[in-house]
Design a protein around this ligand. Sequence first.
Ligand code: AMP
Ligand code: MN
Ligand code: MN
Ligand code: MN
Length: 276
Amino acid sequence: MNIDLHCHSNVSDGALAPAAVARRAARAGVDVWALTDHDQLDGLAEARAAALDEGMRFVDGVEISVTWRGSTVHVVGLRIDPGNEKLAAGLAAVRGGRLERARAMARDLHAAGIDDAYEGALGRAENPAMVSRTHFARFLADIGAVADTRDAFRRFLVPGKPGYVPHQWAVLADAVQWIVAAGGQAVLAHPGRYGLSAGAMDVLLQEFRAAGGAALEVVTGSHSADQFRHFAALAAQHGFAASRGSDFHGPQEGAEFGTLPPLDPRLRPVWRDWEL
Ligand code: AMP
Ligand code: MN
Ligand code: MN
Ligand code: MN
């Protein structure tokens, strides 16, 4: 069974509407599919209807932005109740401030010789309140300032480069608790992306576990084959379940549905107790 539990629609920083993402997942052979937009649940109803139309099983998801010891980390919530008020209130608080941050990012890019980035990014965001670095990356690629969005995240938008503006996201334990309160399982997304030392990762995993975290994302489009093995070992060692998801954002924007290897069968999958 092909299970893909991480991706984005244009409700956050994906390129396609939720129903179009569902169709793409189904065409790629996905059987069980979760939409996990950043800090937003608005795409879930459309995604669920389209998924069922396509004959897939659907999982309500979200990906929460967290600031942990100065680093941004992402926590995916799976099988959350989209009607849960605690989760909705938490996400609303996390979403606030994106427009102001975008203005500061545009000022910084202007100082680096890139004009009109605020309008450029907002014009590419379906929902301006969810404007993200990805929309800036698409703008930079469209005007030819960078070769593609990948290049944009190398030369701009990351710590130490023009257009990066630090932001305070949710507290780790809060994000996990909102997910648990909404009946979901909390998954630490793409842990290999954070550039943490082994010691810091160990502390993060302990804090994540203490907060009620359930799983690590082991197989993700953000990880190399070496990282699949490394985080499989860490999941086993720390007693976490394991998850799998492409982190699809759009055509020609990195990971695609249906291309990742399965989870190592020795791992306990996050879906083990789901009725599939
Ligand atoms: P934001 O929440 O506005 O900080 O934007 C974060 C988003 O930017 C992530 O969810 C990714 O979609 C994208 N992103 C961050 N770093 C990279 C990277 N190095 N390459 C490509 N996309 C990235
Ligand atoms: Mn994203
Ligand atoms: Mn992420
Ligand atoms: Mn993601």
